[in-house]
Design a protein around this ligand. Sequence first.
Ligand SMILES: Nc1ncnc2c1ncn2[C@@H]1O[C@H](COP(=O)(O)OP(=O)(O)O)[C@@H](O)[C@H]1O
Ligand SMILES: [Mg+2]
Length: 409
Amino acid sequence: MNTADNFENLVQVVQDLSLARSLESITSIVRTAARKLTGADGATFVLLDDNRCYYADEDAIAPLWKGGRFPVESCISGWAMLNRQHVVIEDIYADSRIPHDLYKPTFVKSLAMMPIRKANPIGVIGTYWAHQYVPTARELALLQSLADMTAVAIENVNLYLDLENRVSQRTAELEEARKSLEAYSHSISHDLKAPVRSIKLLAEMLSERMQELNFSDTELTRITTRMLNRADHMDALVAGLLDFARLGKHELSYTRVPMRRLAEEVGRELIEHHPDRNIHFSVNEHVPDAWGDALLIRQALQNLIGNAIKYTSKKESARIEVGGDSVDEFNWYTVTDNGAGFNEAYADKLFETFHRMHSEKDFDGIGIGLSLTKQIINRHHGKIDASAIVNEGAVFRFTLPKSSSLSYT
Ligand SMILES: Nc1ncnc2c1ncn2[C@@H]1O[C@H](COP(=O)(O)OP(=O)(O)O)[C@@H](O)[C@H]1O
Ligand SMILES: [Mg+2]
C-alpha cells in the first residue's frame, strides 16, 4: 500500500474513532484498520479483562481466537501488556514465549503485538502474517498511532457512557421527584378544598347573621368582610394548585381546535359576569384553527381573556381583541387589551408562578393563571410572550401547532 493510501486510511480511522460511541464500534474499526494499515493477513483486538487476555474481535484470512480468554502470563499479547512494550516475532515456533499448541491450528507464522496505552495497558492490537515477515519501521509506527488513537477513543467512550448513565439516572430521579411532588400537591390541594370552603361558608353565615341582628359594629363588619375576602383568595389558590396538579397528569389529546369559535365562546362567557362594564370584545376573522388539546387550550384562552377583562377594569371602555394567523410550521395567536399594561422589563417574570405585577389592592388575583397558560402552551411545543405599555394595554402572543400538523398526533 502506498503512502497516500495509508495517510487516507489513517485519517478515516481517526474520524471513525472520534465518532465511536461504544467499545464494540471501536473494536470493529480497529481490527480492520490494523490489517489495512500493515497489510497483515490477520489482526486481533485484545482487551485486558480481569487478568485475562480477551480476544474480543478479529479480521483474518482464517479463524484465530475470537471470543477466547487466556491467562495474561501464557499468551504473547499478555507479554506485551506486562512488559509495556510492543513485540515482533518473525518465527513464532522459534520463540519460547509463544504457546505453540494454540498457534498450530492457525495460519500464523509471524506476528507483531502493540499494547494500547503503553504506560498502563488496557489491551493489545495483534497483527499476524501467514509467511515469515518482519513489519517495517513505518508499519510499526502506523500500528503505534492506531494504538494511541484507540486508547483515546476508549477513554472517550468510557467518559461518554459514564455521562450517559449519570444523565439517565438523574432524569429518572427527577421524574420520580416530580411525580411525588405532583401527587403531594394534588392531595394537599384536594384536602384543603373542603376546609377552605367551610371557612368561607362560616364567614358568610357570620356576616348574614350580623346583618339579621342589625349589628352595627363597623370594626366587626370590617373583620368579617376581610375574612370573606381572604377565604375567597384561598379558595382561588387551592383551585389554581389543583389545576396545576391536574395539568401534570393530563394526557394531551390532540384534535382540530376551532380557535375562532372557542375564543368567541370563552369571551362571551367571561363577559357575562360583568354586565355593568363596557367591553368591546372581538375575534379577528383570520384566526386559524389549531391542533391541540381543546380542553387545555380553552383553559389558556380563559386565563388570557380573563386577565384582559380584569386588567381593563379601571378603563371606562375596554377593548379586547383576539387575533392570529398562520406562519410556516405554527399558528400564532394574540390577545390584546387597552388596560393597565405593565412594565415590559419584567415581561418574562409574569409567567412565573405567584409572580404578580399589580397589587391586590388594585387588581385581585393569585398569580397562577399565566404560569399555567405557559405550561399549556409549552406542552403543545408552543411559545408564549407578552409586551405592554403601562396604562395603555398589553399583548399576549402564543403559538400552537397547525391544524394540519400530523407530527403531533
Ligand atoms: N392583560 C394584562 N394586562 C396587564 N397585566 C397583566 C395582564 N395579564 C397578566 N398581567 C400581569 O401578570 C401577572 C400574572 O398574571 P396571572 O398569572 O394571570 O395572575 P393573576 O391574574 O392572578 O394576577 C398579573 O398579576 C399582572 O400583573
Ligand atoms: Mg390571571
